[in-house]
Design a protein around this ligand. Structure first.
Ligand code: HEC
Length: 118
C-alpha cells in the first residue's frame, strides 16, 4: 500500500512537464506547418481542381469523359472525405492516382471544393 502511494507521488511530477512539452510542440507545429492547419482551403482546392481534375470531371463539375462522376450532381459524394481521399490518392480505374503529385492536404482542399459544386 505505502509503496504504491510513493510510486503514485513520484510519477506525477514527471508526467506534468511531459504533457506541457507535448502541448507546446503541438502548438508550435500547428503554427508553422500548413499541413496541420485544421480547415480546408476551398479557394486553393478550386485552383487545383481546374488544373488537375477539370479535364475529366468538368469545369463546373459536370463530367466530360465517360464514367467520370459529375460532382455537380452530387455523384459519389455520399462518402466520407477519407474514402474520397483514398480513391484520388491511389487512382480508380480510368482515373490516375495523384499520390506524389498532390499532398493529402491539397487533395482534401480539392474535396472541400467538390462539396461546394452541388
Ligand atoms: C483522366 C481523367 C480523370 C482525372 C484527370 C481525374 N479523374 Fe477523378 N475520376 C475519373 C473517373 C473515370 C472516375 C470513376 C472511376 C471509377 O470508379 O470507375 C473518377 C472518380 C473520381 C472520384 C470518385 C471516387 C470514388 O471512390 O467513388 C473522385 C472523388 C474523383 N474522381 C476526384 C478527382 C479529383 C479530385 C481529381 C483531380 C485531383 C480527379 N478526380 C482527376 C477520371 C478522372
Amino acid at each position: 500500500m505505502s509503496r504504491n502511494r510513493t510510486e503514485g507521488k513520484s510519477a506525477r511530477p514527471d508526467a506534468m512537464p511531459l504533457r506541457t512539452t507535448l502541448a507546446a510542440t503541438a502548438l508550435a507545429l500547428g503554427a508553422s506547418v500548413p499541413s496541420l492547419a485544421p480547415a480546408a482551403d476551398v479557394m486553393k482546392g478550386g485552383q487545383l481542381y481546374s488544373v488537375h481534375c477539370a479535364a475529366c470531371h468538368g469545369r463546373n463539375g459536370i463530367s466530360v469523359v465517360p464514367n467520370a462522376p459529375s460532382f455537380g450532381r452530387g455523384e459519389r459524394m455520399m462518402q466520407p472525405d477519407m474514402a474520397l481521399l483514398a480513391s484520388v490518392r491511389s487512382g480508380r480505374n480510368a482515373m490516375p492516382g495523384f499520390l506524389g503529385m498532390l499532398s493529402d492536404r491539397e487533395i482534401l482542399d480539392v474535396i472541400a471544393y467538390l462539396r461546394t459544386l452541388r
